[in-house]
Design a protein. Structure first.
Length: 177
């Protein structure tokens, strides 16, 4: 089933999101990548969707939901009948967060860990020239998609790429130890 998080209420609980993952996923939506469905609960017959909360994230989906929200893309979801422990647990009151309100911060270590250790198929980020020419809509969505401007200029984008490379080297060193 597909929904658009801009028009269908999607609730999460984790903030902030990793900027690198959000950019990668937004590019994936633009390029038509097969992005895995987000497992969600509905407690109101599809009026709203909730990313599972049960002692921490089960399958996640915050990044995919936020990337779909920002890029105004359809998100593949799978409505779950029950959680891992056999029942559905709603997000605790006060921790619910509409995906459009999730904050975004650079986190190259998280991006590298998810790609390398968890084998998530996030795209590598393109070089700065390609990002600012071919994927300028991603940067525009980061600027105008929420009430906060998360867009990047060339210097900040180069810092992001350098941070990913540094985190990748550090990750390899940790594995070799």
């Amino acid at each position: 089933m597909k929904i658009n998080p801009r028009y269908n209420q999607v609730w999460g609980f984790e903030t902030p999101a990793c900027l690198e993952m959000v950019i990668s996923l937004m590019i994936g939506f633009m390029e038509g990548d097969k992005i895995p469905p987000v497992g969600v609960y509905t407690f109101d017959d599809g009026e709203s969707y909730h990313i599972p909360y049960l002692h921490g994230p089960q399958e996640g989906g915050h990044h995919r939901s936020l990337a779909a929200y920002l890029s105004d893309s359809d998100l593949e979801i799978e409505v779950l009948a029950k959680g891992k422990d056999g029942y559905r647990e709603p997000i605790p009151e006060g921790m619910e967060l509409n995906v459009g309100l999730i904050e975004i911060e650079p986190s190259p270590e998280t991006f590298v860990f998810n790609r390398s250790w968890l084998s998530k198929e996030y795209r590598e980020l393109p070089c700065a020239e390609e990002f600012f020419s071919r994927y300028k809509d991603v940067n525009a969505a980061l600027k105008h998609g929420t009430d906060i401007d998360y867009s990047v200029d060339r210097a900040k984008y180069w810092q992001i790429l350098a941070g990913i490379e540094s985190a990748r080297k550090e990750f390899i060193l940790k594995i070799q130890r």
